[in-house]
Design a protein. Structure first.
Length: 206
């Protein structure tokens, strides 16, 4: 191969790498713009698990506030076939309407109302594979938190502010991290579906 051919090949490789880097940056910027605050998540239905807390949870109009104050890291690597982001937040607030029906051990838990869940020291990572056509697949979510506080308007059919509601939510808050870790596996598949539906058009059209 002549010196001219080698030089031409190096130039072509450099151009291809530059285009790949530019595309990665565009994807990263597009995903960042897609992180809005508040973030409307929508509705979830979670069936009872096999742990201590066996409750059917129907969640409506979930809205997450506080993402704009999070520390966000986004990384796109089309050549490596990976795209991902993570964020760390000191505190986020989850607003929702809920219907609960089930039990904790032998204690019944049921009710309907509105709630705010305050989560502290939140860490979320979302990672996925991406092919040459910028199609996102194999998306996985991991979620960790330091503590949480549940503020539920009504349980066991009480009017807002009732004694039983206060006692139940106080018990939830005393064991918040345990409760969160128990119900998290039931929420992850729907969370992954949510992020996949959010990311697919963003990455595809970047």
């Amino acid at each position: 191969m002549t010196s001219y051919s080698i030089l031409s090949l190096l130039i072509l490789v450099s151009i291809a790498n530059a285009k790949s880097i530019d595309k990665d940056r565009k994807i990263e910027e597009t995903i960042r713009k897609g992180i809005v605050d508040p973030l409307y998540v929508g509705n979830y239905t979670v069936l009872p698990g096999n742990g201590v807390l066996r409750v059917t949870q129907k969640i409506y109009n979930m809205l997450v506030r506080g993402l704009s104050k999070a520390e966000v890291t986004i990384k796109s690597d089309l050549k490596g076939g990976k795209v991902g982001f993570s964020y760390k937040a000191n505190r986020i607030y989850v607003h929702l309407d809920y219907e609960l029906d089930g039990r904790c051990l032998i204690m019944p838990i049921w009710g309907k109302g509105t709630g705010i869940i305050t989560m502290d020291d939140v860490r979320v990572s979302v990672n996925a594979d991406v092919d040459g056509q910028q199609n996102v697949h194999n998306l996985k979510v991991t979620f960790e938190l330091g503590d949480a506080n549940f503020n539920l308007s009504s349980l066991l059919g009480e009017n807002p502010g009732g004694l039983l509601t206060f006692l139940y939510t106080s018990s939830f808050n005393a064991n918040a991290k345990y409760i969160f870790n128990e119900i998290l596996p039931s929420y992850l598949p729907q969370s992954e579906d949510f992020f996949l539906s959010l990311w697919k058009p963003l990455v595809k059209n970047a």
